[in-house]
Design a protein around this ligand. Structure first.
Ligand SMILES: Nc1nc2c(c(=O)[nH]1)N[C@@H](CN(C=O)c1ccc(C(=O)N[C@@H](CCC(=O)O)C(=O)O)cc1)CN2
Length: 288
């Protein structure tokens, strides 16, 4: 029997509808949520993601502004742009599309974004708050995975979650969020010896290693929930995840496809965080 498909497009749309209602309520109070997207250089994939982010903002009535900078932009010039955005009243969320050109230090750039506008949840303060379980913006991809699990009725407490991948923006925060929901979490990565001996124990397997079709049937326990965070191109230049879908289909109880699984949730949660940022600002204004 085939595995149940976790449909990120459908779940994402349901969440976007409720975010759109929050936008309407904010506008009735005179505030239009605004997102600034900073794109440096000519990375084609990044340009597509940024375009999709802007279209998604428009679709729910939010304001978005693209700040497109050439590849040779200096780090100081980029930091100055971010400072301008930090001080703008009409901008509630700022995101700098990653990856940045090699001559720019991502950590310095991200740390410059005002924490109340850090809707990607990547700044050291946001990450620290997340680690402590304090209220903050959660990084959009792991946040989206948590929503996929919630909307699919998948129990987390008491389950063994195995993460394959340890990036700052997916693997590491993913484990934290699952831990906060009482999963037992194991981190693994591309250099873990005998990886299948770990992944085979997973009730929830998160593949975020960035290698096409890396997770095969030998890695997956019968009945596991398999979440594929990868976005890769295979040898025929076809979009594929980190999971070899056709091998794992039928072994997993649930599986996310690529495309149409985790990807659409990343942008959905960005909209969610930006509206939250605007609501936070309004709440502050009311208090003052
Ligand atoms: N500042 C950020 N940079 C990057 C992030 C991020 O969250 N913040 N994540 C990724 C790229 N990304 C968003 O920026 C992203 C990737 C993929 C998708 C998506 O919807 N994927 C679709 C397939 C799209 C395609 O056809 O290529 C899917 O999986 O269905 C959305 C956003 C790195 N940079």
């Amino acid at each position: 029997m085939s595995s149940a498909i976790i449909n990120g497009k459908e779940i994402g749309q349901e969440i976007r509808n409720s975010v759109a209602e929050r936008v309407t309520r904010l506008k009735e109070q005179g505030l239009t949520p605004g997102l600034a997207v900073v794109l440096v250089g000519d990375n084609q994939a990044s340009a597509t993601y940024v375009r999709n982010k802007q279209k998604s903002c428009e679709a729910i009535g939010m304001f978005s502004e693209l700040i497109k900078l050439p590849e040779e932009t200096t780090q100081d010039a980029l930091l100055a742009q971010i400072e301008l955005l930090n001080n703008r009243e009409d901008i509630h969320g700022i995101l700098v599309q990653l990856p940045l050109p090699k001559h720019i230090d991502e950590d310095t750039v991200i740390a410059t974004i005002a924490v109340e506008k850090d809707v990607d949840g990547f700044s050291p303060v946001s990450v620290g708050k997340m680690m402590l379980g304090q209220e903050t913006f959660l990084p959009c991809t792991p946040f989206g995975v948590m929503k996929l699990l919630e909307y699919s009725g998948i129990e987390i407490a008491g389950k063994h979650a195995v993460i394959v991948g340890r990036s700052h923006i997916v693997g590491k925060p993913m484990g934290q969020l699952l831990l906060q929901k009482d999963a037992t979490v194991t981190y693994t990565h591309s250099k873990t010896p005998n990886l299948p001996s770990f992944t085979k124990q997973a009730d929830i397997l998160i593949a975020a290693v960035g290698r096409a079709n890396f997770i095969t049937k030998e890695h997956v326990k019968e009945g596991a929930v398999v979440i594929d965070v990868g976005i890769n191109r295979d040898e025929n230049n076809k979009l594929c995840g980190d999971v070899n879908f056709s091998e794992v289909d039928g072994i997993a109880s649930h599986i996310t496809p690529v495309p149409g699984g985790v990807g659409p949730m990343t942008i959905t949660m960005l909209l969610f965080n930006t509206v939250q940022a605007a609501e936070n600002k309004l709440a502050l204004q009311v208090k003052l």
